[in-house]
Every structure is written in C-alpha cells, then in structure tokens.
Design a protein around this ligand. Structure first.
Ligand code: FAD
Length: 290
C-alpha cells in the first residue's frame, strides 16, 4: 500500500498518521537481533516504518532493503525505504529500485544525504529533487522527501529553503517528513510557510524522544535544532540521573506530540533509535489520541 493511501484513510478517520523510523544496525550482533526489535515495534501498530540508508559504501550491499522486506513480509507493516543520492550513481540506485519493485515495496524517502569529505561524491544527482524525479521516472512509487522546520543548515535563508522545498514537491514528492525539533512553535511557523508557498502535501512532524544528554548534544550539533529553555532546564537537572532523564525525555516527547495532535498535525514520525522501550512508552502515552 502506498503511504498516500494511508494518509487518506487516516484523514477520513480524523486521526493523524503515526510512523516510526529505524536504522540498520552497524554491528553484526545487533543485526542478528533486528527481528526481535521489529517484532516489538510492529506490535505497537505504527502506520508505517521507515528504514534509513547509510551514505557511502555499496548501495547494493546496504541492509536497508532487507530490513524493509522483513517489515512488510514478516510483520505486515508498510515500509518506507530511505535512499540517498550524493554518493551513489543512477545505475547503482536503479538496481535498488529494481529490487524494491520485485519485493513489492512501493514507498521511498528520497534524500540527498549529508556531504562527507571522506566519501567521494558521484555526479549524477546534486539535490534530492533530482532523485525524486528519477524515482518517479522509474516506476509507480510513492516518494517522500525531508524538510526542515528550522531551515536546512546549508540554506542561505529560510525563504530560499522553502522555495527549494517547493521544487522537491513539484518534482513529485508526495509527502514530507520533518527533521527533529523540540519547539512546536517552530514547526507551526514552518507549516504555515509551506502552505503559503503552495506546498500542499502532508507534512509529518519528526519527534526525537531524548534518552541521554550526549545524544541531544550530538543532535543539536548535527541538525541545529533549538533547545527551548524549559527543555534545557530539564536536561540540566537530570543530566546525571539516567533513569530520571529517560522519564523526563519521554514526558517531553509525549507533551510535544499531544500538542501537535491537538493542532491537527498530518502525522507524527518517531525516531525510535531501534529502541522498542522508547517507542512503547510514547505509544502508551498517546494511545487514545491516534
Ligand atoms: P535537499 O532537499 O537536496 O536539500 C539540501 C540543501 O540544498 C538545502 O539547503 C536546500 O535548500 C538546498 N537545495 C535543494 N534544492 C536546491 C536547488 N534546486 N537549488 C539550490 N539549492 C537547493 N541522511 C542519510 O544519509 N540517510 C538517511 O536515511 C537519512 N534520513 C533522513 C530522514 C529525515 C526525516 C531527515 C529530515 C533527514 C535524513 N537524512 C538522512 C539527512 C539528510 O540526508 C540531510 O539532512 C541532507 O543534508 C539533506 O538532505 P535533503 O534530502 O533534505 O536535501
């Protein structure tokens, strides 16, 4: 089933879409345990699960497609496969599109990928919008794209970033998933800008439940998300108490989601970090809202 159809069905029910994101584990041991992780995540009945795609290395050896197949075939949940294009060529990505068609996987999140000076770039694609166009030319896929409530770090300004996002939607992106944010007001301002710019596809809010201080510092450095004062105070108070910080991080994420749902967000995408305990706590907190 295409993700567009899921959005349409949930809209009729007057409910937001709830989705999870996972990554293929790097360590072989963790990869062996992926079935147990998937089973617990799928038991929470997300509308779909997206699987990230590593930059660099061989696209074809990437575990993303294998894990997506498990999600679809073993657990009956719809997968979205992430694909990045800065470090891969048309031909290499074409092979993956063939594998997806064969596996009956219809949903792709088309990304540029981050610039990594240690990995040589290929010249076929410069922006995600070019990948969106390429995927659409290769088959009947639902294509999602990424968006940035607090503006992409490389963009010269917010307006230019929104214009570039419009190009991605005009190229065929059917749905957008946002970068993580901790200040819902930033998301609401961004959402309004998308509508003013004529971007009318569903926009899912990306929520990262915080479980430890190092994680949050890494996130803020790599994606530039603003930490609201009230959240900073929580992090500061509980930084040396692992269990308390976990509880506070879950409560903060649940609060964010409740507010988003009350404001009729199209969907909520939870960055689960492959942690069923995190996803379970969040789902418990919002079960009657979705
Ligand atoms: P683009 O949409 O191409 O935008 C990148 C920059 O180029 C922006 O500053 C934009 O304003 C500008 N731009 C776009 N089009 C034009 C144009 N036509 N002319 C001039 N400028 C333009 N990375 C991974 O490696 N693997 C993953 O699985 C992965 N999953 C992600 C999931 C989500 C939900 C998000 C939000 C990000 C994810 N990323 C992932 C990170 C992503 O690859 C980076 O954020 C990357 O820096 C930008 O990717 P993009 O697809 O948004 O790029």
């Amino acid at each position: 089933m295409k993700v567009t159809e899921i959005f349409e069905a949930k809209k009729v029910q007057g409910k937001p879409v709830l989705s999870f994101e996972i990554f293929p584990p790097k360590k072989e041991e963790a990869l062996k345990n992926i079935d147990a992780t998937l089973e617990r995540l799928c038991d929470l009945h997300p509308d779909f699960i997206s699987v990230t795609f590593g930059a660099g290395g061989s696209a074809v050896d990437n575990q993303t497609v294998e894990i997506a197949k498990k999600i679809k075939n073993n657990y009956g949940v719809e997968p979205i496969v992430h694909l990045t294009c800065l470090h891969y060529g048309r031909e290499e990505l074409g092979v993956i599109l063939g594998q997806l068609k064969e596996a009956g996987i219809e949903n792709i999140l088309a990304l540029r990928g981050d610039i990594n000076p240690n990995i040589p770039m290929k010249q076929d694609f410069k922006y995600a919008s070019e990948l969106v166009e390429y995927i659409k030319s290769q088959g009947d896929f639902h294509v999602s794209g990424a968006c940035y409530p607090e503006t992409h770090l490389e963009a010269p300004d917010t307006i230019t970033d929104i214009h570039n996002l419009k190009k991605k939607v005009d190229a065929g992106a059917d749905h957008l998933v946002s970068q993580l944010f901790f200040d819902n007001e930033a998301f609401y301002r961004f959402y309004e800008r998308t509508r003013i710019a004529g971007i009318n596809v569903p926009v899912e809010a990306g929520i990262m439940p915080v479980t430890n201080r190092a994680q949050i510092e890494r996130m803020v450095n790599t994606c530039g998300a603003t930490l609201p004062k009230k959240f900073e105070r929580i992090l500061h108070k509980y930084e040396n108490n692992k269990e308390a910080l976990f509880d506070a991080g879950m409560a903060y994420a649940i609060n964010q989601i409740v507010d988003l749902i009350a404001n009729d967000v199209d969907g909520v995408h939870i960055f689960t970090m492959n942690n069923p305990k995190v996803a379970g706590r969040i789902c418990d907190g919002i079960r009657n809202l979705i």
